[in-house]
Design a protein around this ligand. Structure first.
Ligand code: MRU
Length: 348
């Protein structure tokens, strides 16, 4: 049974004393440690090594990284600082390929660089803080919208970690779960999410920190859980949503979506519009990150002469036809397969 709470004790990123404090997600749940970052290329490394991860959090971290880059180079040489900042932006853009929030945040921050006011350092930091605060506000809005849709649904299954740890704060999928649980008790299930175990190491830790009880399952138990009738909705985040409503998210989301269809379970995708790539027509165009075999291949099979390798795509694409609803801060789109998501584009 779920205890009801809408507390928020978890913060992946904290801007303090002109430095970015990053909760090292590789160490959770055993060690809760914040590292201090003052350089953009170090933040790029924190992103590629998944010390900070989750699409919106990657975007927020990149925005602060650009602010730190301006601080460093504007102070050192206020004639050529822009070229140096552009070099840092290129390094940040190469840190991970799939989450579009990274490229969105870098593009927003790059646009601001040309119109900075009298105090460029303070001005660009204000823009990074805006991206951070807007993400939290979007999550809270989506939390309420999603909770309205869930109404009296009892059993909720989430995948990966799409919580405060993966965002500026509050969370997308976990934000909906937070808001829904604050209204009435629900049974929350979390998939362990192989190979990196974001569900087992991050999601259940984050929920426990906020006094929300949850049941962890192995990824392989999802079909049996759905067959048992204990799940009404699967609720996930996204790394990139194409204009036609196809959704890239953590590997295993597609499997859950296929299982959900078979079992009559609904699928809710929760993501801010910064996760929508309006220029991308369909999910097959999304670059899927491949990570090292060593993330799950036993050490004894490592090495050039080994006959055994591993295939490690860390995201997959769920076709829009398997998605019941996409919830954004600009509203929810039911049956995205019929309309896509272009109506949410405010630049049209
Ligand atoms: O590889 P990760 O941990 O960065 O993957 C994260 C996910 O797939 C999340 O579900 C997604 O970024 C949405 S986070 C609100």
């Amino acid at each position: 049974m779920t205890r009801s709470s809408n507390k928020l004790n978890v913060h992946a990123l904290v801007w303090k004393d002109e430095q970015l404090h990053v909760l090292d997600q590789r160490q959770l749940p055993e060690v809760v440690r914040y590292d201090i970052y003052t350089k953009a290329d170090d933040i790029a490394e924190a992103i590629s090594t998944m010390r900070v991860r989750g699409a919106p959090a990657i975007g927020v971290a990149a925005a602060y990284a650009v602010a730190l880059s301006v601080k460093m180079y504007f102070q050192a040489d206020n004639n050529n600082w822009l070229d140096k900042v552009d070099e840092d932006i290129a390094v940040l853009a190469a840190s991970r390929p799939t989450a579009v929030n990274l490229f969105w945040a870098l593009s927003v921050m790059r646009d601001k660089l040309t119109g900075l006011k009298a105090d460029p350092i303070a001005d660009i930091l204000r823009h990074a803080e805006e991206i951070h605060q807007q993400d939290i506000a979007a999550n809270k809005k989506m939390g309420e919208l999603g909770a309205d849709i869930l109404a009296d649904a009892k059993g909720l299954l989430t995948h990966c970690n799409a919580g405060a740890l993966a965002t500026g704060g509050y969370g997308t999928a976990l934000g909906v779960i937070r808001s829904a649980v604050a209204r009435m008790p629900r049974n929350v299930f979390a998939g362990e999410t192989r190979p990196w175990l974001q569900g087992a190491r991050l999601t259940v830790w984050e929920l426990a920190e906020d006094d929300i009880a949850a049941t962890l399952i192995t990824d392989s138990a999802a079909a049996m859980l759905m067959n048992s009738g204990q799940v009404d909705w699967i609720i996930v985040g996204a790394d990139r949503i194409a204009a036609n409503g196809d959704v890239a998210n953590k590997i295993g989301t597609y499997s859950l979506a296929v299982l959900a269809k078979h079992h009559g379970v609904k699928l809710m995708v929760v993501a801010p519009t910064s996760t929508i790539d309006f220029a991308m027509q369909e999910g097959s165009q999304i670059e899927i990150e491949q990570r090292a075999a060593s993330e799950f291949l036993p050490d004894c099979y490592a090495g050039e002469n080994s006959l055994i390798d591993a295939w490690n795509p860390v995201f997959d694409v769920t076709p829009a036809e398997l998605v019941t609803v996409i919830v954004t801060e600009r509203g929810a789109i039911f049956n995205p397969v019929t309309t896509g998501v272009s109506e949410l584009n405010q630049n049209d």
